[in-house]
Design a protein around this ligand. Structure first.
Ligand SMILES: *Cc1c(COP(=O)(O)O)cnc(C)c1O
Length: 372
């Protein structure tokens, strides 16, 4: 090794890399095929629609040897028509993670503030730090009895000041699983300076089954500073392909396009996401399966007197009311991967994805042993 030490700019020097929770490739080697139960990353155990798999097998070689469409027009048109917006209001990302980072780069810099909840998704603080902006982490509603931790929209609105250049807000939220109604979001947006871009991250939109919750796209005409991000990673079960999108005013999309890498969404992603988007029946099955399994999972914890945050997502956040690291480690010994929450300041909690029936059974079967 040379004595060379890379010296990044100040903002990056202070930054820690995104924590995936575990070294999954190493765990997959350690446990025999099928013996590892992966419930740490909120993936969709049912997999994508049949048409997606068929198209994957029949993918023409030209799709691989040519560069993909840098504008992703086919997928953007399909998304726009399903959302009732113009294609000029849609930009695609290499997962919505990329878009969340790009939005920070476009709108915030040193001396600016970025506002988000203390239980905001980890990427919000990375995006903020990457551009040298100052994070304003806003306290969430604390857990009191049966009331879950959740965003305090009043406090978030109050934290927005003259230096605020960006707001990140997930609905439903990861890692708490909690949500707020569209009426509450509308009230929040009316309280915010219309010059401040507000990113509403709807990564779990496809799992929402209350028509009054989510679909912030409906508020775009009234609020051109609103930016809605979504993804094919969760409900559409295409996390490995890396396709996300943002819906916003055309002027916002135009700014993001200046910085976006031309071929940020690959050819397979562009083609397969279009097919995934078409199959509403599959999506309905995914939602129904998730709802049933989630309530079964939640029940198993509640029966043992543990607190489960209500969830409109494909995961639950369980509060063990004691340090959860030992529980998590015991699960890992059984080959069950869940997500530790210490990084979010929730050391007594674990986030558990809703897996396949067999995976969920495995988790519940091992529950008493890991609690002991
Ligand atoms: C999973 C997730 C995302 C991003 O996922 P991508 O795979 O990058 O599209 C964004 N926000 C939240 C809150 C998430 O949980």
């Amino acid at each position: 090794m040379s004595a060379f030490v890379a010296r990044p700019v100040a903002a990056i020097a202070a930054l820690k890399a995104y924590d995936p929770g575990h070294d999954l490739p190493a765990l997959r080697q350690r446990f025999a095929a099928g013996a590892l139960t992966e419930l740490g990353s909120n993936e969709n155990p049912l997999g994508p629609a049949r048409a997606v798999l068929d198209a994957l097998h029949g993918m023409p070689v030209a799709e691989l040897l040519r560069y993909p469409d840098p504008m992703g027009l086919g997928l953007r048109r399909d998304l726009a028509s399903s959302l009732g917006v113009d294609p000029a209001q849609v930009v695609l990302g290499n997962g919505s993670h990329e878009l969340l980072m790009l939005l920070a780069q476009c709108f915030a810099g040193p001396g600016d503030e970025v506002v988000f909840s203390e239980f905001g998704f980890a990427v919000y603080s990375i995006g903020t730090a990457a551009v040298g902006a100052t994070p304003r982490r806003v306290g969430a509603h604390p857990r009191t009895g049966a009331a879950p931790r959740g965003h305090d929209l009043g406090a978030l609105a109050a934290a927005i000041g003259p230096r605020t250049r960006l707001v990140y807000l997930a609905n439903p939220n990861n890692p708490t699983g909690t949500w707020f109604s569209r009426a509450k979001l509308s009230e929040f947006l009316r309280a915010v300076d219309p010059g401040v871009p507000v990113v509403v991250d709807e990564a779990y939109h496809e799992y929402v089954d209350d028509p009054e919750v989510g679909n912030a796209v409906a508020l775009l005409p009234a609020h051109p500073n609103l930016i809605v991000t979504r993804t094919f990673s969760k409900g559409y079960a295409l996390a490995g392909l890396r396709v996300g999108y943002a819906v916003a005013d055309p002027s916002v999309i135009e700014v993001v396009n200046r910085l976006r890498e031309s071929f940020n969404v690959n050819a397979l992603g562009l083609a397969l996401a279009r097919l995934a988007l078409k199959d509403n029946q599959h999506l309905a099955r995914v939602r129904e399966f998730n709802r049933t399994q989630r309530s079964r999972m939640a029940h198993a914890f509640e029966q043992r007197g543990l607190f489960v945050h209500p969830s409109m997502t494909n995961f639950i956040l369980v509060d063990f009311e004691r340090p959860a690291a030992a529980i998590e480690a015991a699960w890992l010994e059984c080959g069950v991967v869940v997500r530790p929450m210490g990084g979010y300041g929730l050391p007594t909690c674990l986030r558990i994805s809703i897996g396949s029936e067999a995976e969920n059974r495995r988790l519940i079967e091992t529950l008493d042993a890991v609690l002991a």
